[in-house]
Ligand binder design. Structure first.
Ligand SMILES: NC(=O)c1ccc[n+]([C@@H]2O[C@H](COP(=O)([O-])OP(=O)(O)OC[C@H]3O[C@@H](n4cnc5c(N)ncnc54)[C@H](OP(=O)(O)O)[C@@H]3O)[C@@H](O)[C@H]2O)c1
Length: 235
């Protein structure tokens, strides 16, 4: 059965994707910082290993990599899929760039850019051996100039570019930046504090588009959930 590592799996999109892949029989390694919420998300799912920790922590990343693709001695684990989904919005309410606290901006880049690349570096071999797939979860804020979204958006833009270059450098892999669109999640509520976000779609409604990406394996690149969903309707 295929093996995947999904970061940020205790809530939102990561949790919805974990359920969908577990239902398909995948073997999964998942993480999030909050131990209890992660444990409860993984409860009852077969072949899911939950490891609590922060993706910005190198020791935690090593544990994830070793669990997902054990190496050493005669072990040469393969990895079919890495989903860099864990992410931080940064400061809430969203500040203008002129006022963005630089320490907080560093945390945004550590979480949303450096940690995903670090996991890719750790897992490049087992992913390449499997002819695997990397999904870096992006955002429309990477490509649109929304006031207040400069910190998060510039980090997602960096993640997009990193994904594009990886795709060009390593043709044996599929490297996708996946833009899910708005979803009714904790992160989205943080971006709109005090506002009613109940009109935003639930994260599980985005999962079919992501599964379509995984099933059809188009060339490496940037894909929007809305376009993938529309192409499914058009088929
Ligand atoms: N929601 C939207 O409208 C929207 C729109 C565009 C793109 N996105 C992107 O979609 C992805 C999923 O977002 P979401 O809305 O589903 O978020 P969410 O519901 O807030 O869930 C985020 C998940 O990531 C975990 N996480 C956060 N920081 C982490 C860290 N440093 N280390 C390990 N785990 C961490 C969280 O658990 P802990 O807090 O316990 O660590 C949680 O499991 C993100 O990449 C986000 O940027 C979301």
């Amino acid at each position: 059965m295929p093996v995947a590592l999904i970061t940020g799996a205790s809530k939102g999109l990561g949790r919805a994707l974990t359920y969908a892949l577990a239902e398909r029989g995948w073997t999964l390694v998942v993480d999030a910082r909050g131990r209890d919420e992660l444990r409860s998300a993984a409860r009852g799912l077969a072949n899911v290993t939950a490891i609590a920790g922060d993706v910005t922590d190198p020791d935690h990343r090593s544990k994830l990599a070793q669990a997902a693709a054990p190496r050493g001695g005669d072990q040469r684990g393969r990895l079919d899929l890495l989903v860099n989904n864990a992410s931080t919005l940064g400061v809430s309410p969203l500040p203008q760039l002129a006022d963005y606290p630089l320490g907080d901006l560093r945390t945004v880049f550590e979480t949303n850019v450096i940690a995903p690349l670090a996991l890719i570096q750790l897992l490049a071999e087992p992913l390449t051996e499997a002819g695997g797939t990397i999904v870096n979860v992006s955002s429309d804020a990477a490509v649109e100039a929304y006031p207040g979204w400069g910190g998060y958006g510039s980090a997602k833009a960096a993640l997009d570019q990193l994904t594009a270059v990886l795709g060009a450098e390593e043709p044996r892999l599929r490297c996708y930046a996946f833009d899910p669109g708005d979803m009714r999640t904790e992160m989205h509520q943080l971006a709109f504090p005090g506002e009613d976000i109940s009109d935003r779609p639930e994260p599980n409604t985005v999962v079919p588009a992501l599964l379509r990406l995984l099933d059809t394996r188009p060339p490496s690149g940037r894909y929007r959930a809305a376009d993938l969903a529309a192409s499914e309707v058009a088929r």
